[in-house]
Design a protein around this ligand. Structure first.
Ligand SMILES: [Zn+2]
Length: 182
């Protein structure tokens, strides 16, 4: 894998914020700039912009921890949901990381919507057979295992505001580090 090559860098700038569009900036410079941000921000940037998948798990774990904290601080009740969907909070963290770092195409099935297990093809469990990770409320609800109504009533605003808001600090720190270093 040529994770740090220039052409790879160009290919992952397409949907990201404007500062990353400059193709004259080599990944080496980015890596240098990222030395000035904290560890989790650096992991986020490397996952999002250099597609370094090893940082996916630690990032999901960190976001999960932040969501836990939000639940405590804001008094978000999850007991009932967790009884039915024990992995609800994990899915929420996963969804947030996906939306912030991935392209629309599902990585698990590479956009095909199906996964092959031996001789049979099954619906990809990751994207629920759609092949893409859609940023629609219907998709978000299904992804975490809630009905659309449950999602809309309680989690939609929390997700859009507080949970995706966790990433604002990352983005801000990255931009600031780049301005300072380049
Ligand atoms: Zn898939």
């Amino acid at each position: 894998m040529r994770k740090k090559s220039k052409e790879n860098f160009k290919s992952f700038t397409a949907q990201s914020s404007s500062i990353w569009h400059n193709p004259r900036i080599a990944w080496e410079d980015m890596a240098f700039a990222l030395a000035g941000v904290n560890d989790i921000t650096s992991k986020y940037a490397r996952l999002k912009y250099a597609d370094e998948r090893t940082f996916h798990k630690p990032l999901v774990k960190y976001i999960g921890y932040r969501i836990d904290k939000l639940c405590l601080e804001r008094g978000w009740l999850t007991e009932v949901i967790l009884r039915i969907h024990p992995d609800f909070l994990d899915r929420l963290a996963e969804l947030a990381v996906h939306e912030m770092t991935s392209t629309e195409l599902c990585r698990k099935c590479k956009g095909k919507g199906t996964i092959y297990t031996g001789y049979t093809a099954i619906d990809c469990f990751h994207c629920l057979g759609s092949g893409v990770l859609k940023k629609t409320e219907t998709f978000r609800a299904r992804y975490v295992g809630l009905s659309l109504r449950q999602w809309r009533e309680t989690w939609q605003m929390r997700f859009r505001g507080d949970i995706l808001g966790i990433f604002d600090v990352f983005e801000y720190d990255i931009q600031r580090a780049l301005r300072r270093r380049l």
